[in-house]
Design a protein around this ligand. Structure first.
Ligand SMILES: [Zn+2]
Length: 630
Protein backbone atom coordinates (compact mmCIF):
# COMPACT_ATOMS: atom_id res chain seq x y z
CA UNK A 1 0.00 0.00 0.00
CA UNK A 2 2.97 2.32 0.38
CA UNK A 3 4.37 2.79 -3.06
CA UNK A 4 7.03 5.32 -3.81
CA UNK A 5 7.59 6.18 -7.41
CA UNK A 6 11.18 5.41 -8.17
CA UNK A 7 13.22 8.33 -9.24
CA UNK A 8 16.45 7.88 -11.18
CA UNK A 9 18.19 9.21 -8.11
CA UNK A 10 21.24 7.08 -8.58
CA UNK A 11 21.72 8.30 -12.13
CA UNK A 12 21.48 11.88 -10.95
CA UNK A 13 24.00 11.17 -8.23
CA UNK A 14 26.46 9.65 -10.68
CA UNK A 15 26.12 12.52 -13.11
CA UNK A 16 26.79 14.96 -10.31
CA UNK A 17 29.98 13.07 -9.58
CA UNK A 18 31.03 13.20 -13.21
CA UNK A 19 30.51 16.94 -13.31
CA UNK A 20 33.28 16.91 -10.81
CA UNK A 21 32.31 19.67 -8.46
CA UNK A 22 32.97 17.78 -5.31
CA UNK A 23 31.96 19.19 -1.99
CA UNK A 24 35.32 18.76 -0.33
CA UNK A 25 35.18 21.09 2.61
CA UNK A 26 37.41 19.43 5.11
CA UNK A 27 34.77 19.55 7.78
CA UNK A 28 33.00 16.85 5.80
CA UNK A 29 36.08 14.72 5.33
CA UNK A 30 35.71 11.18 6.55
CA UNK A 31 31.95 11.29 6.55
CA UNK A 32 30.56 8.25 4.88
CA UNK A 33 28.78 9.17 1.66
CA UNK A 34 30.34 12.61 1.71
CA UNK A 35 27.81 15.09 0.45
CA UNK A 36 28.19 16.04 -3.17
CA UNK A 37 26.29 18.98 -4.44
CA UNK A 38 25.85 20.14 -8.03
CA UNK A 39 28.22 22.87 -9.23
CA UNK A 40 27.10 26.24 -7.93
CA UNK A 41 28.22 29.83 -7.47
CA UNK A 42 27.54 32.39 -4.77
CA UNK A 43 27.31 36.03 -5.89
CA UNK A 44 27.48 38.96 -3.49
CA UNK A 45 26.97 42.58 -4.52
CA UNK A 46 29.55 44.46 -2.53
CA UNK A 47 29.73 47.81 -0.72
CA UNK A 48 26.17 48.92 -1.38
CA UNK A 49 25.03 51.81 0.82
CA UNK A 50 23.44 55.26 0.91
CA UNK A 51 26.32 57.18 -0.66
CA UNK A 52 29.32 56.98 -2.96
CA UNK A 53 28.48 55.29 -6.26
CA UNK A 54 24.85 54.96 -5.06
CA UNK A 55 24.52 58.46 -3.63
CA UNK A 56 22.08 59.98 -6.14
CA UNK A 57 18.59 59.26 -7.46
CA UNK A 58 20.09 58.42 -10.90
CA UNK A 59 22.55 55.94 -9.40
CA UNK A 60 19.79 54.38 -7.31
CA UNK A 61 17.72 53.92 -10.47
CA UNK A 62 20.69 52.15 -12.04
CA UNK A 63 21.22 49.97 -8.96
CA UNK A 64 17.56 48.96 -9.14
CA UNK A 65 18.02 47.98 -12.80
CA UNK A 66 20.93 45.69 -11.85
CA UNK A 67 18.94 44.02 -9.04
CA UNK A 68 15.89 43.55 -11.24
CA UNK A 69 18.05 42.10 -13.99
CA UNK A 70 19.40 39.45 -11.59
CA UNK A 71 15.88 38.72 -10.41
CA UNK A 72 14.64 38.28 -14.02
CA UNK A 73 17.55 35.95 -14.69
CA UNK A 74 16.61 33.87 -11.59
CA UNK A 75 20.02 34.54 -10.10
CA UNK A 76 20.17 34.17 -6.32
CA UNK A 77 22.24 37.07 -5.02
CA UNK A 78 23.33 38.80 -1.84
CA UNK A 79 23.78 42.45 -0.96
CA UNK A 80 26.52 43.52 1.46
CA UNK A 81 24.90 46.63 2.85
CA UNK A 82 26.63 49.45 4.72
CA UNK A 83 24.02 51.08 7.00
CA UNK A 84 25.68 54.47 7.42
CA UNK A 85 27.66 56.22 4.70
CA UNK A 86 30.33 58.73 5.69
CA UNK A 87 32.81 60.68 3.57
CA UNK A 88 34.96 63.78 3.99
CA UNK A 89 35.43 65.18 0.47
CA UNK A 90 38.39 67.41 -0.28
CA UNK A 91 36.14 70.33 -1.16
CA UNK A 92 32.72 70.61 0.33
CA UNK A 93 30.92 69.52 3.45
CA UNK A 94 31.13 66.17 5.19
CA UNK A 95 28.75 63.49 3.88
CA UNK A 96 26.80 61.43 6.43
CA UNK A 97 23.63 59.55 5.46
CA UNK A 98 22.00 56.72 7.39
CA UNK A 99 19.72 54.05 6.03
CA UNK A 100 17.05 54.88 8.62
CA UNK A 101 16.48 58.56 7.68
CA UNK A 102 13.11 57.70 6.19
CA UNK A 103 12.02 61.38 6.01
CA UNK A 104 14.84 61.91 3.52
CA UNK A 105 13.32 61.17 0.03
CA UNK A 106 16.57 59.67 -1.24
CA UNK A 107 16.80 57.32 1.78
CA UNK A 108 13.13 56.38 1.45
CA UNK A 109 13.80 55.45 -2.20
CA UNK A 110 16.90 53.51 -1.15
CA UNK A 111 14.89 51.55 1.43
CA UNK A 112 12.27 50.70 -1.18
CA UNK A 113 14.90 49.38 -3.60
CA UNK A 114 16.33 47.14 -0.87
CA UNK A 115 12.93 45.95 0.39
CA UNK A 116 11.75 45.13 -3.13
CA UNK A 117 14.95 43.12 -3.61
CA UNK A 118 14.30 41.32 -0.32
CA UNK A 119 10.78 40.40 -1.30
CA UNK A 120 12.07 39.01 -4.57
CA UNK A 121 14.44 36.70 -2.67
CA UNK A 122 17.67 38.67 -2.30
CA UNK A 123 19.59 38.17 0.94
CA UNK A 124 20.93 41.24 2.68
CA UNK A 125 23.83 41.23 5.12
CA UNK A 126 25.49 43.82 7.31
CA UNK A 127 28.82 45.03 5.94
CA UNK A 128 30.23 46.95 8.88
CA UNK A 129 28.67 50.04 10.40
CA UNK A 130 30.34 52.77 8.33
CA UNK A 131 33.11 50.81 6.53
CA UNK A 132 35.49 53.71 7.20
CA UNK A 133 37.37 55.22 10.11
CA UNK A 134 37.40 58.56 11.88
CA UNK A 135 35.71 61.95 11.69
CA UNK A 136 38.07 63.72 9.31
CA UNK A 137 39.78 63.34 5.97
CA UNK A 138 42.86 61.11 5.81
CA UNK A 139 45.61 60.95 3.22
CA UNK A 140 45.18 57.17 2.80
CA UNK A 141 41.46 57.41 1.96
CA UNK A 142 40.29 55.31 4.91
CA UNK A 143 37.85 58.06 5.94
CA UNK A 144 35.48 57.09 3.11
CA UNK A 145 32.72 54.47 3.40
CA UNK A 146 33.18 51.44 1.16
CA UNK A 147 36.91 52.24 0.89
CA UNK A 148 38.26 52.42 4.43
CA UNK A 149 39.00 49.87 7.08
CA UNK A 150 36.69 50.15 10.06
CA UNK A 151 38.30 47.72 12.53
CA UNK A 152 41.87 47.13 13.63
CA UNK A 153 43.15 50.32 11.98
CA UNK A 154 46.86 50.51 12.82
CA UNK A 155 46.97 54.19 13.83
CA UNK A 156 43.60 54.33 15.62
CA UNK A 157 43.99 52.31 18.81
CA UNK A 158 40.34 52.35 19.80
CA UNK A 159 39.37 50.49 16.58
CA UNK A 160 41.35 47.49 17.79
CA UNK A 161 39.25 46.74 20.86
CA UNK A 162 36.39 44.38 21.44
CA UNK A 163 34.29 47.15 22.96
CA UNK A 164 34.61 49.14 19.74
CA UNK A 165 33.38 46.16 17.69
CA UNK A 166 30.43 45.68 20.04
CA UNK A 167 29.46 49.36 19.86
CA UNK A 168 29.67 49.50 16.05
CA UNK A 169 27.64 46.29 15.82
CA UNK A 170 24.88 47.72 18.03
CA UNK A 171 24.82 51.06 16.21
CA UNK A 172 24.58 49.38 12.82
CA UNK A 173 21.88 46.96 13.95
CA UNK A 174 19.84 49.83 15.37
CA UNK A 175 19.85 51.51 11.94
CA UNK A 176 18.79 48.29 10.24
CA UNK A 177 16.01 47.82 12.81
CA UNK A 178 14.73 51.37 12.34
CA UNK A 179 14.82 50.89 8.57
CA UNK A 180 12.82 47.66 8.84
CA UNK A 181 15.54 45.54 7.27
CA UNK A 182 16.89 42.41 9.01
CA UNK A 183 20.42 41.49 7.91
CA UNK A 184 21.03 37.73 7.66
CA UNK A 185 24.82 37.65 7.62
CA UNK A 186 27.81 39.64 8.76
CA UNK A 187 30.77 40.63 6.62
CA UNK A 188 33.56 42.69 8.14
CA UNK A 189 34.91 45.52 5.95
CA UNK A 190 37.92 44.10 4.04
CA UNK A 191 37.70 41.09 6.43
CA UNK A 192 39.99 43.23 8.56
CA UNK A 193 39.44 42.50 12.26
CA UNK A 194 41.09 41.07 15.36
CA UNK A 195 40.31 37.59 16.70
CA UNK A 196 38.60 39.10 19.76
CA UNK A 197 36.40 41.28 17.55
CA UNK A 198 35.40 38.22 15.52
CA UNK A 199 34.10 36.68 18.75
CA UNK A 200 31.77 39.65 19.06
CA UNK A 201 30.56 39.27 15.46
CA UNK A 202 29.87 35.55 15.95
CA UNK A 203 27.84 36.28 19.06
CA UNK A 204 25.50 38.44 16.92
CA UNK A 205 25.53 36.49 13.63
CA UNK A 206 25.64 32.72 13.11
CA UNK A 207 26.37 33.27 9.43
CA UNK A 208 29.59 35.05 8.46
CA UNK A 209 29.96 35.70 4.74
CA UNK A 210 33.75 35.89 4.63
CA UNK A 211 36.67 33.62 5.33
CA UNK A 212 37.58 32.94 8.93
CA UNK A 213 40.70 35.09 8.69
CA UNK A 214 42.31 34.25 12.02
CA UNK A 215 43.13 30.59 11.29
CA UNK A 216 41.52 29.57 7.97
CA UNK A 217 42.15 32.50 5.66
CA UNK A 218 42.54 30.29 2.57
CA UNK A 219 39.80 27.76 3.29
CA UNK A 220 38.31 26.51 0.00
CA UNK A 221 34.81 26.10 1.41
CA UNK A 222 32.64 26.71 4.47
CA UNK A 223 34.21 26.48 7.91
CA UNK A 224 32.09 25.74 10.95
CA UNK A 225 33.33 27.18 14.23
CA UNK A 226 31.82 24.75 16.67
CA UNK A 227 32.38 26.24 20.10
CA UNK A 228 30.25 28.31 22.47
CA UNK A 229 30.08 32.00 21.69
CA UNK A 230 29.75 34.79 24.19
CA UNK A 231 26.19 34.64 25.47
CA UNK A 232 26.20 30.79 25.26
CA UNK A 233 25.07 30.45 21.66
CA UNK A 234 26.54 27.54 19.73
CA UNK A 235 28.72 27.80 16.65
CA UNK A 236 28.94 29.94 13.54
CA UNK A 237 29.51 29.23 9.85
CA UNK A 238 32.03 31.10 7.71
CA UNK A 239 31.43 31.15 3.97
CA UNK A 240 34.54 32.40 2.17
CA UNK A 241 34.92 34.09 -1.22
CA UNK A 242 37.90 32.19 -2.65
CA UNK A 243 37.16 33.50 -6.18
CA UNK A 244 37.62 37.06 -4.87
CA UNK A 245 36.05 39.65 -7.18
CA UNK A 246 36.05 41.11 -10.67
CA UNK A 247 38.16 44.31 -10.63
CA UNK A 248 37.12 47.28 -12.75
CA UNK A 249 39.86 46.64 -15.33
CA UNK A 250 38.96 42.93 -15.77
CA UNK A 251 35.87 41.06 -16.94
CA UNK A 252 33.78 37.93 -16.36
CA UNK A 253 36.64 35.67 -17.45
CA UNK A 254 38.26 36.25 -14.04
CA UNK A 255 35.50 34.01 -12.70
CA UNK A 256 34.57 31.80 -15.64
CA UNK A 257 38.16 30.72 -16.34
CA UNK A 258 38.66 29.53 -12.77
CA UNK A 259 35.58 27.35 -12.45
CA UNK A 260 36.11 23.66 -11.85
CA UNK A 261 39.90 23.92 -11.55
CA UNK A 262 40.22 23.62 -7.79
CA UNK A 263 38.36 22.62 -4.65
CA UNK A 264 37.42 26.24 -4.08
CA UNK A 265 33.73 27.00 -4.00
CA UNK A 266 32.73 29.46 -6.76
CA UNK A 267 32.06 32.26 -4.31
CA UNK A 268 32.88 35.87 -5.23
CA UNK A 269 31.70 39.45 -5.03
CA UNK A 270 31.06 42.18 -7.55
CA UNK A 271 30.58 45.94 -7.33
CA UNK A 272 27.26 46.64 -9.07
CA UNK A 273 28.18 50.22 -10.10
CA UNK A 274 30.54 48.66 -12.66
CA UNK A 275 27.39 47.84 -14.62
CA UNK A 276 26.11 51.39 -14.74
CA UNK A 277 27.95 52.43 -17.91
CA UNK A 278 26.17 49.67 -19.86
CA UNK A 279 22.65 50.68 -18.79
CA UNK A 280 20.26 52.52 -21.13
CA UNK A 281 17.78 55.17 -19.89
CA UNK A 282 14.18 54.27 -20.64
CA UNK A 283 12.34 57.21 -22.22
CA UNK A 284 8.85 58.01 -23.47
CA UNK A 285 7.96 58.84 -27.08
CA UNK A 286 9.19 62.40 -26.67
CA UNK A 287 12.51 61.18 -25.44
CA UNK A 288 11.91 62.18 -21.81
CA UNK A 289 13.26 59.99 -19.02
CA UNK A 290 10.68 57.65 -17.47
CA UNK A 291 10.43 57.40 -13.68
CA UNK A 292 9.07 54.67 -11.40
CA UNK A 293 8.67 55.18 -7.63
CA UNK A 294 10.61 58.43 -7.98
CA UNK A 295 13.63 56.80 -9.62
CA UNK A 296 14.67 57.02 -13.28
CA UNK A 297 14.13 53.75 -15.14
CA UNK A 298 17.10 52.06 -16.83
CA UNK A 299 17.36 48.85 -18.78
CA UNK A 300 20.02 46.46 -19.94
CA UNK A 301 20.98 46.28 -23.63
CA UNK A 302 19.34 43.36 -25.46
CA UNK A 303 22.66 41.80 -26.28
CA UNK A 304 24.93 40.57 -23.50
CA UNK A 305 27.48 43.36 -23.32
CA UNK A 306 28.01 44.12 -19.64
CA UNK A 307 30.30 42.06 -17.41
CA UNK A 308 27.37 40.84 -15.33
CA UNK A 309 25.33 39.88 -18.41
CA UNK A 310 28.24 37.92 -19.83
CA UNK A 311 28.98 36.37 -16.45
CA UNK A 312 25.40 35.18 -15.92
CA UNK A 313 25.22 33.81 -19.48
CA UNK A 314 28.60 32.09 -19.10
CA UNK A 315 27.66 30.47 -15.79
CA UNK A 316 24.37 29.24 -17.21
CA UNK A 317 26.14 27.82 -20.26
CA UNK A 318 28.49 25.90 -17.98
CA UNK A 319 25.57 24.48 -15.99
CA UNK A 320 26.23 26.28 -12.71
CA UNK A 321 23.44 26.79 -10.24
CA UNK A 322 23.06 30.12 -8.42
CA UNK A 323 23.00 29.28 -4.73
CA UNK A 324 22.06 31.53 -1.88
CA UNK A 325 24.24 31.39 1.20
CA UNK A 326 21.27 29.74 2.91
CA UNK A 327 21.20 26.98 0.30
CA UNK A 328 24.88 26.38 0.90
CA UNK A 329 24.68 26.64 4.72
CA UNK A 330 21.10 25.40 5.12
CA UNK A 331 20.79 26.24 8.82
CA UNK A 332 22.09 29.39 10.48
CA UNK A 333 23.32 28.73 14.03
CA UNK A 334 21.07 30.94 16.15
CA UNK A 335 19.72 31.24 19.71
CA UNK A 336 20.43 29.34 22.91
CA UNK A 337 17.49 28.67 25.25
CA UNK A 338 18.15 27.44 28.78
CA UNK A 339 15.99 24.82 30.48
CA UNK A 340 13.57 26.04 33.13
CA UNK A 341 14.39 23.38 35.72
CA UNK A 342 17.62 21.97 34.38
CA UNK A 343 17.78 18.22 34.18
CA UNK A 344 14.54 17.76 36.12
CA UNK A 345 12.34 18.85 33.27
CA UNK A 346 10.94 17.02 30.30
CA UNK A 347 10.99 19.16 27.21
CA UNK A 348 8.05 19.74 24.90
CA UNK A 349 7.99 22.19 21.99
CA UNK A 350 4.90 24.07 20.86
CA UNK A 351 3.53 27.52 20.13
CA UNK A 352 1.91 28.20 23.50
CA UNK A 353 1.22 31.93 23.04
CA UNK A 354 0.12 31.77 19.40
CA UNK A 355 2.69 34.18 17.95
CA UNK A 356 3.88 31.59 15.43
CA UNK A 357 7.20 30.97 17.17
CA UNK A 358 7.92 27.77 19.01
CA UNK A 359 8.01 28.04 22.80
CA UNK A 360 9.88 25.87 25.21
CA UNK A 361 7.48 23.95 27.48
CA UNK A 362 9.18 22.33 30.46
CA UNK A 363 7.37 19.71 32.50
CA UNK A 364 8.96 19.26 35.92
CA UNK A 365 9.06 15.60 36.91
CA UNK A 366 9.29 16.36 40.61
CA UNK A 367 6.43 18.76 41.20
CA UNK A 368 4.50 18.53 37.92
CA UNK A 369 4.88 22.24 37.14
CA UNK A 370 4.52 23.17 33.50
CA UNK A 371 6.51 26.27 32.62
CA UNK A 372 6.86 28.12 29.34
CA UNK A 373 9.80 30.07 27.96
CA UNK A 374 8.49 32.10 25.03
CA UNK A 375 10.46 31.64 21.81
CA UNK A 376 12.19 34.72 20.39
CA UNK A 377 13.86 33.76 17.13
CA UNK A 378 13.27 36.73 14.86
CA UNK A 379 15.85 39.09 16.31
CA UNK A 380 19.57 38.95 16.98
CA UNK A 381 20.81 35.58 18.20
CA UNK A 382 22.25 36.80 21.50
CA UNK A 383 19.12 38.60 22.69
CA UNK A 384 17.99 36.96 25.90
CA UNK A 385 14.70 35.10 25.66
CA UNK A 386 12.04 35.81 28.26
CA UNK A 387 12.04 34.20 31.69
CA UNK A 388 10.29 30.87 32.15
CA UNK A 389 6.81 31.36 33.62
CA UNK A 390 4.55 28.81 35.24
CA UNK A 391 1.56 27.98 33.02
CA UNK A 392 -0.01 25.16 34.99
CA UNK A 393 0.48 21.79 36.60
CA UNK A 394 0.29 18.22 35.28
CA UNK A 395 0.93 15.56 37.92
CA UNK A 396 3.93 13.44 36.95
CA UNK A 397 4.21 9.71 37.64
CA UNK A 398 6.90 7.35 36.47
CA UNK A 399 5.69 5.84 33.20
CA UNK A 400 3.81 8.95 32.11
CA UNK A 401 4.47 10.52 28.70
CA UNK A 402 3.40 13.76 27.02
CA UNK A 403 3.25 15.33 23.57
CA UNK A 404 2.15 18.62 22.02
CA UNK A 405 -0.35 19.17 19.21
CA UNK A 406 -0.89 22.33 17.17
CA UNK A 407 -3.71 24.83 16.91
CA UNK A 408 -7.24 23.63 17.59
CA UNK A 409 -10.52 25.28 18.59
CA UNK A 410 -9.30 25.70 22.18
CA UNK A 411 -6.07 27.56 21.44
CA UNK A 412 -2.70 27.70 19.75
CA UNK A 413 -1.44 24.39 21.15
CA UNK A 414 -2.34 21.56 23.50
CA UNK A 415 -0.37 19.22 25.70
CA UNK A 416 -1.48 15.57 25.89
CA UNK A 417 -0.52 13.29 28.73
CA UNK A 418 -0.88 9.51 28.98
CA UNK A 419 -0.79 8.35 32.59
CA UNK A 420 0.31 4.87 33.70
CA UNK A 421 -2.82 4.59 35.84
CA UNK A 422 -5.02 4.59 32.74
CA UNK A 423 -5.84 8.18 31.80
CA UNK A 424 -5.38 10.29 28.70
CA UNK A 425 -5.53 14.00 29.57
CA UNK A 426 -5.82 17.12 27.44
CA UNK A 427 -4.44 20.51 28.52
CA UNK A 428 -5.12 23.38 26.11
CA UNK A 429 -3.03 26.56 26.09
CA UNK A 430 -5.11 29.65 26.59
CA UNK A 431 -4.24 33.09 27.94
CA UNK A 432 -0.97 32.13 29.60
CA UNK A 433 -2.29 28.89 31.11
CA UNK A 434 -2.52 25.21 30.26
CA UNK A 435 -6.10 24.39 31.27
CA UNK A 436 -7.40 20.82 31.77
CA UNK A 437 -9.72 20.39 28.76
CA UNK A 438 -10.60 16.72 28.67
CA UNK A 439 -9.82 13.32 30.16
CA UNK A 440 -10.50 9.77 28.96
CA UNK A 441 -9.95 6.28 30.37
CA UNK A 442 -7.33 4.23 28.54
CA UNK A 443 -5.44 0.99 29.24
CA UNK A 444 -3.26 1.30 32.33
CA UNK A 445 0.20 0.96 30.82
CA UNK A 446 3.59 2.54 31.40
CA UNK A 447 4.54 4.69 28.41
CA UNK A 448 7.82 5.26 26.63
CA UNK A 449 6.65 8.15 24.48
CA UNK A 450 3.64 9.95 23.09
CA UNK A 451 3.08 11.44 19.60
CA UNK A 452 0.42 13.55 17.91
CA UNK A 453 -0.68 13.30 14.27
CA UNK A 454 -3.02 15.96 12.88
CA UNK A 455 -5.54 14.30 10.56
CA UNK A 456 -7.70 15.65 7.76
CA UNK A 457 -10.86 17.44 8.86
CA UNK A 458 -9.38 18.77 12.09
CA UNK A 459 -9.26 15.42 13.87
CA UNK A 460 -6.24 14.46 15.91
CA UNK A 461 -4.59 11.15 16.58
CA UNK A 462 -2.60 10.74 19.78
CA UNK A 463 -0.29 7.71 19.69
CA UNK A 464 1.49 6.05 22.59
CA UNK A 465 4.40 3.62 22.53
CA UNK A 466 4.50 1.40 25.60
CA UNK A 467 7.52 1.45 27.89
CA UNK A 468 8.85 -1.90 26.66
CA UNK A 469 8.45 -0.54 23.09
CA UNK A 470 6.44 -3.49 21.87
CA UNK A 471 2.94 -2.04 21.50
CA UNK A 472 1.65 1.00 19.68
CA UNK A 473 -1.58 2.52 20.93
CA UNK A 474 -3.69 5.15 19.21
CA UNK A 475 -6.56 7.39 20.29
CA UNK A 476 -8.63 9.19 17.69
CA UNK A 477 -10.02 12.50 18.87
CA UNK A 478 -13.00 13.92 17.05
CA UNK A 479 -14.28 17.05 18.80
CA UNK A 480 -14.67 15.97 22.45
CA UNK A 481 -15.08 12.32 21.61
CA UNK A 482 -12.24 9.77 21.90
CA UNK A 483 -12.10 6.42 20.12
CA UNK A 484 -9.21 4.02 20.76
CA UNK A 485 -7.42 2.16 17.98
CA UNK A 486 -6.67 -1.53 18.40
CA UNK A 487 -3.11 -1.63 19.80
CA UNK A 488 -0.49 -2.80 17.31
CA UNK A 489 1.77 -5.53 18.68
CA UNK A 490 5.32 -5.50 17.38
CA UNK A 491 7.18 -8.78 17.00
CA UNK A 492 10.13 -7.42 18.92
CA UNK A 493 11.15 -4.29 20.75
CA UNK A 494 11.18 -1.23 18.47
CA UNK A 495 14.76 -0.03 18.69
CA UNK A 496 14.57 2.95 16.37
CA UNK A 497 13.01 6.24 17.29
CA UNK A 498 9.50 6.94 16.03
CA UNK A 499 8.79 10.24 14.33
CA UNK A 500 5.64 11.78 12.97
CA UNK A 501 5.46 12.35 9.21
CA UNK A 502 2.77 14.31 7.48
CA UNK A 503 3.08 12.61 4.11
CA UNK A 504 0.41 10.00 3.32
CA UNK A 505 -2.01 11.86 5.59
CA UNK A 506 -0.03 11.44 8.82
CA UNK A 507 2.08 8.44 9.78
CA UNK A 508 4.66 7.38 12.32
CA UNK A 509 7.97 6.33 10.82
CA UNK A 510 10.93 4.43 12.24
CA UNK A 511 14.20 3.61 10.51
CA UNK A 512 17.53 2.24 11.65
CA UNK A 513 20.56 4.45 11.67
CA UNK A 514 22.05 4.53 8.18
CA UNK A 515 19.00 3.04 6.46
CA UNK A 516 16.97 4.66 3.73
CA UNK A 517 13.92 2.52 4.33
CA UNK A 518 11.94 1.93 7.46
CA UNK A 519 8.60 0.91 8.85
CA UNK A 520 5.63 3.20 8.65
CA UNK A 521 2.56 3.00 10.90
CA UNK A 522 -0.62 4.52 9.56
CA UNK A 523 -3.83 4.90 11.52
CA UNK A 524 -6.90 3.48 9.79
CA UNK A 525 -9.57 5.77 11.19
CA UNK A 526 -12.43 3.68 9.75
CA UNK A 527 -11.36 0.28 11.04
CA UNK A 528 -9.77 1.86 14.13
CA UNK A 529 -6.51 -0.01 13.79
CA UNK A 530 -2.91 0.54 12.73
CA UNK A 531 -1.49 -0.67 9.47
CA UNK A 532 2.25 -1.16 9.21
CA UNK A 533 4.27 -1.33 6.00
CA UNK A 534 7.82 -1.04 4.84
CA UNK A 535 8.55 2.37 3.37
CA UNK A 536 11.53 3.00 1.11
CA UNK A 537 12.79 6.49 0.39
CA UNK A 538 15.23 6.13 -2.52
CA UNK A 539 17.94 7.94 -0.63
CA UNK A 540 21.54 6.79 -0.33
CA UNK A 541 22.35 4.59 2.67
CA UNK A 542 24.54 7.04 4.54
CA UNK A 543 25.50 7.04 8.17
CA UNK A 544 22.99 8.90 10.29
CA UNK A 545 19.32 9.26 11.08
CA UNK A 546 16.57 10.49 8.79
CA UNK A 547 14.72 13.55 10.03
CA UNK A 548 11.66 14.79 8.19
CA UNK A 549 10.64 18.43 7.85
CA UNK A 550 9.81 21.06 5.27
CA UNK A 551 13.18 22.78 5.33
CA UNK A 552 12.61 25.15 2.40
CA UNK A 553 8.93 25.86 3.02
CA UNK A 554 7.60 24.65 -0.34
CA UNK A 555 4.97 22.43 1.28
CA UNK A 556 6.82 19.19 0.51
CA UNK A 557 8.39 17.00 3.15
CA UNK A 558 12.19 17.01 2.90
CA UNK A 559 14.84 14.93 4.66
CA UNK A 560 17.76 15.90 6.84
CA UNK A 561 20.22 13.05 7.31
CA UNK A 562 21.87 13.70 10.67
CA UNK A 563 25.05 11.94 11.76
CA UNK A 564 25.36 12.26 15.54
CA UNK A 565 28.87 10.78 15.52
CA UNK A 566 30.28 13.65 13.45
CA UNK A 567 27.49 16.17 14.20
CA UNK A 568 27.09 16.82 10.49
CA UNK A 569 24.07 16.48 8.26
CA UNK A 570 22.86 16.63 4.69
CA UNK A 571 19.69 18.21 3.36
CA UNK A 572 17.72 16.40 0.66
CA UNK A 573 14.91 18.50 -0.75
CA UNK A 574 11.81 16.79 -2.07
CA UNK A 575 11.21 17.69 -5.69
CA UNK A 576 7.84 17.86 -7.38
CA UNK A 577 8.67 14.69 -9.27
CA UNK A 578 8.67 12.85 -5.93
CA UNK A 579 12.44 12.51 -6.11
CA UNK A 580 15.17 14.16 -4.10
CA UNK A 581 17.67 16.90 -4.72
CA UNK A 582 20.79 16.97 -2.59
CA UNK A 583 21.00 20.57 -1.45
CA UNK A 584 23.98 20.80 0.85
CA UNK A 585 25.78 19.60 3.92
CA UNK A 586 25.71 21.21 7.35
CA UNK A 587 28.03 21.17 10.33
CA UNK A 588 29.76 20.03 12.40
CA UNK A 589 27.46 21.73 14.85
CA UNK A 590 27.45 20.49 18.44
CA UNK A 591 29.80 18.28 20.38
CA UNK A 592 30.37 14.79 18.92
CA UNK A 593 29.64 12.06 21.45
CA UNK A 594 27.46 14.26 23.66
CA UNK A 595 24.35 12.64 22.12
CA UNK A 596 21.98 15.57 22.28
CA UNK A 597 18.44 15.01 21.07
CA UNK A 598 17.75 16.60 17.69
CA UNK A 599 14.34 18.26 17.38
CA UNK A 600 12.85 19.41 14.10
CA UNK A 601 10.43 22.33 14.48
CA UNK A 602 9.60 25.62 12.80
CA UNK A 603 11.10 27.67 15.62
CA UNK A 604 10.81 31.13 14.05
CA UNK A 605 7.43 30.50 12.42
CA UNK A 606 8.50 31.23 8.83
CA UNK A 607 7.00 28.01 7.47
CA UNK A 608 10.37 26.27 7.25
CA UNK A 609 11.59 23.57 9.62
CA UNK A 610 14.54 24.39 11.85
CA UNK A 611 16.91 22.35 14.02
CA UNK A 612 17.13 22.35 17.81
CA UNK A 613 19.69 20.35 19.78
CA UNK A 614 18.73 19.49 23.34
CA UNK A 615 21.71 18.94 25.63
CA UNK A 616 21.36 15.53 27.29
CA UNK A 617 22.52 16.85 30.69
CA UNK A 618 21.36 20.44 31.09
CA UNK A 619 18.31 20.22 28.84
CA UNK A 620 19.33 23.51 27.18
CA UNK A 621 18.43 24.03 23.53
CA UNK A 622 20.55 25.31 20.68
CA UNK A 623 18.65 26.38 17.60
CA UNK A 624 19.75 26.64 13.96
CA UNK A 625 17.30 28.37 11.63
CA UNK A 626 16.64 27.35 8.04
CA UNK A 627 16.31 29.60 5.02
CA UNK A 628 15.62 32.80 6.83
CA UNK A 629 14.16 35.37 4.48
CA UNK A 630 12.64 38.67 5.25
ZN1 LIG B 1 33.60 46.32 1.52
Amino acid sequence: MFTFRTMPWLRLFVSILLLGSVFTAYHMAGVQGEARIPPFVLIRLEDVGPGGQYGSIEQLGKLRAVLEYLQEQHVAYHIALIPRWIDYPKDGPAYDVRLDQADHPYVAAFQKVVKDALSSGAIVGMHGYTHQVGQSRRDDGHHESGIGNEFDVADVAETQTKAFAEERMREGLAIFRNAGITPQFWEAPHYHTTAAQDEVFRSYFGLQYQSEVQAHRNAPAAIYMNGRNEGSTLGAAYVPTPFDYIPSNKDERVILDRLGKSDNIGSFFYHPFLEFKSLIPVTDEEGDQLYRDGLPVYRYPDKNVSVLQKLVAGLKAKGYAFYSIQDYVPFTPAQHVTAADGSLSRLLLGDADGDGQVDRIDWNERNGDVSVTLGRYQGVRNEQPGQAAKWGRMAYKKGAAAAVSGRDEKGPCSVWKADPNGKLEWYAASGGRFEPSGSWTIDARAWDSLYTLPLAGGDLLVAGLTQERRELYGWLLHKDEMRPLKPYKLRSELRSELQARRESGGTLFAAKDGASAGIEFKPDTQKLEWTAARAGLDLPNEEGKLRFGDYNGDGLEDVFRWNSRTMTGTVYLRTNEAGWKLLSGFGPWGVPGAEPKLWIADADGNGKSDLALQDSKSGDLDVALSFIRQ
